[in-house]
Design a protein around this ligand. Sequence first.
Ligand SMILES: Cc1cc2nc3c(=O)[nH]c(=O)nc-3n(C[C@H](O)[C@H](O)[C@H](O)COP(=O)(O)O)c2cc1C
Length: 230
Amino acid sequence: MNTELISFHTTATSVSEALETRHSIREYLPKRIPNEILHRVFSKALRTPSWKNSQPWKVHIVNGNKREELSKELIQTAREFPPRPETSWPESYPSDAKRRMFDLGMKIYEAAGIDRKDKDARNEFMLRNFDFFGAPTAVFITTKFELNYFVGIDLGCFLQSVLLLAREEGLGTCAQASLGSFPDVVRNSLELPEEEKVILGLSIGYPKPNSELNSYHTPRESSEDLLRFY
Ligand SMILES: Cc1cc2nc3c(=O)[nH]c(=O)nc-3n(C[C@H](O)[C@H](O)[C@H](O)COP(=O)(O)O)c2cc1C
């Protein structure tokens, strides 16, 4: 299937199609997602498996005025402070992963029309994370569980469920670790208890058509390199 040709306004009707046609969307239409659709996506995602059925997630779906208010606070904070996530982000990677990450940055800046040497422009682009790339809905995934590897896996499984279910509704998404950069700001704004840790989030909405940014599709390594059958 040629994913380049698939419009994001179509809906995926199989898991394979959802997987093949999903990619990160970083420009959205300012069109509100009907509540029943949001409800459907996130309620269905609650079927996600987890370690001993522990279900470590809580999910905060933020629309309207609250979304605007929180976006402003996050942008203001990100302009002044470096990220202070609940757990430190990884710092070292194998060299092949470094290459992929570098390539991703270059391609995205190119698609966004940003000169990679222009640090101010790169920084402004980074801040778009906190405007949820213009999506009408921002989502924060939190947990009260002690953070460990398996809680992370469970939350990752939940995230993937949402990304794929969104495709069934013709919606685009972008998973965002950056939305866990300032957990205290999110906690205050959403009046969450102190023990609720804000791990990451996602933007969700209707993809802007004919967007250069949205047209970039990241490559994957080959199955020959990554899969071994016995
Ligand atoms: C856990 C996780 C965190 C991510 N954080 C961000 C982020 O903060 N900002 C962003 O623009 N993209 C973020 N992404 C999107 C990745 O860059 C993207 O999934 C990857 O490059 C593969 O591209 P694709 O989603 O278009 O297939 C994140 C993805 C995942 C799974």
